[in-house]
Design a protein around this ligand. Structure first.
Ligand SMILES: Cc1cc2nc3c(=O)[nH]c(=O)nc-3n(C[C@H](O)[C@H](O)[C@H](O)COP(=O)(O)OP(=O)(O)OC[C@H]3O[C@@H](n4cnc5c(N)ncnc54)[C@H](O)[C@@H]3O)c2cc1C
Length: 390
């Protein structure tokens, strides 16, 4: 095999996927002195199909890692209010100060992922974009011992590693190669269309619920709002087929005439994007020489806007386990991830069923808020390991 790149011959960890989960894990491990290679087949600073509202625990992690000032300096608006709209009823919420966080935010992925990658690079990680994992290397005992990589020009290289970490999203190649089993699978999923609008009133996160549909407006960079509308994925094709804009506007109006009016008065920037759905899962997330983090190991329906927040949490849990350096600690990573994730996973699956009326969705949100609070309390109480902080 050609060794076309100037890679080191051996890394403590090779991390596949340089977005929320992978870049955060690379940053944390590199800050603790590990020799880390972080690769992504996409280019630096590119976008990804995802809205990007962060919840308290996600903002806490960015603050703890010393990255929040950079996110805000990039023009990400702090969000101090949120409102839940159930049909005609509105429940306003002011973000209170807790665990050192008194605002939420929703940085564009072109900002967030770039800030994380820059932090990983500053910490000493070897970061390569435009490089794909094609396969894993194994020892005689079946342990993963390295990765086979290919760059955009077709050059190939093999690198050895103590640990290969799949942070490569829902279609994870690492998870498939190691046959990571699904321990939990969801039953429901929603589909969305979203886009970026200029000229909407800047008054916090808005989440809209009506029978059979949901929508939201999320303030983000460049004075824009990320606006989405969704339905159960069984309804996705019927709702949006043929004319994305017509389906999107119809669903926005079904959720809230006021939201529809704001869209009439605003201006779409770029094009609408669609996500036709994907059922959630919790996968086995470690084995001999490998681990999974982020969506590669744990995905839930986006309707509760919690994937990035959980990816940060798991980046920190995994990094702590890797630094502890035992198989038992990786087992503890999976146990802790699952214990924190199950309540969120279950209520998200229920919400994604769209089998609720407006009273019931309020109750589901009560369960969601309890699960989010428990998670934020848990993260706030992580034992301090100085090298993982800023
Ligand atoms: C429509 C939608 C809306 C969402 N809204 C929200 C929200 O509002 N808030 C929230 O918190 N979460 C939201 N999420 C969830 C969030 O997007 C994910 O949880 C998050 O992106 C997970 O990050 P990740 O780093 O695990 O994976 P990803 O962001 O999927 O990144 C994986 C990376 O791996 C790379 N990769 C894959 N295979 C290879 C390979 N073989 N070699 C090299 N690189 C590879 C890819 O190029 C990619 O860059 C939403 C998701 C969707 C789909």
């Amino acid at each position: 095999m050609q060794n076309i790149q100037d890679y080191d011959s051996h890394y403590d960890a090779v991390i596949v996927g340089a977005r929320c989960a992978g870049a955060a894990t690379a940053m944390l491990l590199a800050r603790a002195g590990a020799n880390v290679l972080l690769i992504d087949r996409q280019q630096y600073g590119t976008d990804v199909v995802s809205t990007h509202a962060l919840m308290r625990a996600g903002v806490m992690q960015l603050a703890r890692w010393g990255l929040l000032p950079e996110i805000i300096a990039a023009g990400t608006p702090p969000v101090t209010r949120t409102a839940f709209h159930y049909g005609q009823e509105t429940v306003p919420v002011t973000i209170k100060s807790e665990h050192g966080v008194d605002f939420l935010c929703a940085p564009r992925r072109t900002v967030l992922d770039r800030v994380l990658v820059d932090a990983a690079r500053r910490a000493g990680a070897d970061v390569r974009h435009g490089v794909s994992l094609t396969d894993l290397q194994y020892g005689l005992d079946g342990q993963v011992t390295g990765a086979l990589l290919k760059d955009g020009a077709g050059g190939r290289a093999g690198v050895r590693a103590d640990l290969v970490i799949g942070a490569d999203g829902r279609q994870s190649v690492v998870a498939r190669r190691v046959n990571a089993r699904f321990n939990v699978k969801g039953t429901h999923s929603s589909g969305y269309v979203y886009g970026y609008y200029e000229g909407l009133p800047d008054d916090g996160y808005h989440w809209y619920f009506e029978n059979g549909t949901a929508a939201g407006a999320i303030p983000t960079n460049n004075g824009e709002h990320c606006v989405f509308a969704g339905v159960h994925r069984d309804q996705f094709t019927n709702t949006f087929r043929g004319d994305l804009m017509r389906g999107f506007r119809r669903m926005a109006a079904a959720n809230s005439p006021k939201l529809a009016e704001s869209l009439d008065n605003g201006q779409l920037v770029g094009r609408l994007r669609g996500f036709s759905g994907g059922v959630g899962y919790l996968r086995q997330c470690h084995g001999p020489g490998w681990a999974l983090v982020g969506d590669a190991g744990y995905f839930k329906d986006p309707l509760t806007a919690h994937g990035i927040t959980d990816a940060f949490r798991d980046a920190e849990l995994l990094s702590r386990a890797v630094l502890a350096g035992t198989t038992r600690s990786l087992g503890h990573y999976q146990d802790e991830r699952d214990a924190l994730s199950r309540p969120l996973f279950e209520v998200t699956n229920t919400i994604a069923s769209f089998e609720w009326d407006l009273d019931q969705i309020k109750q589901h949100h009560g369960r969601l808020i309890d699960a989010m609070k428990a998670e934020a309390d848990h993260i706030a109480n992580f034992s301090a390991i100085d090298s993982l902080a800023a």
